[in-house]
Write a protein that binds this ligand. Structure first.
Ligand code: ZN
Length: 120
């Protein structure tokens, strides 16, 4: 009777039965899926050891933070455009109008780039 469980499949099944949750992360050592035990520990069934990874919740909040940053940035750019719009309205000096328009155009292209980044 040789119980050479190289794949760790048996251990994985046992982990699942014990209430452990399979994560979308894989072990940095062996690449097999990681499990979160009921105790909260991350476990690799194949290496039979505890693995430290960045907790899922932290990763989500990083994404959220990034999203908030982009939103704040876009908001700022829009406000600048809004104040430039007022300047443009009040400005009668053509060379000043040209200056304002140049800034406006670069702001618009910044927003365009920002939106492209956010899509990825
Ligand atoms: Zn492993």
């Amino acid at each position: 009777m040789s119980s050479k469980s190289d794949t760790g499949a048996k251990e994985m099944a046992e982990l699942l039965r014990s209430g452990a949750k399979m994560l979308s992360y894989s072990c940095p050592q062996c690449g097999s899926p990681l499990f979160q035990l009921k105790t909260g520990e991350i476990w690799c069934a194949k290496c039979k050891r505890r693995v430290i990874i960045v907790p899922e919740t932290e990763e989500v909040s990083t994404v959220e933070k990034k999203q908030l940053l982009w939103e704040a940035l876009e908001q700022n750019l829009m406000e600048k455009i809004s104040s430039l719009n007022k300047m443009l309205y009040a400005e009668s000096d053509l060379s000043r109008v040209k200056e304002v328009l140049e800034v406006l155009i670069s702001l618009l292209s910044s927003i365009e780039k920002l939106r492209n980044i956010r899509k990825t």
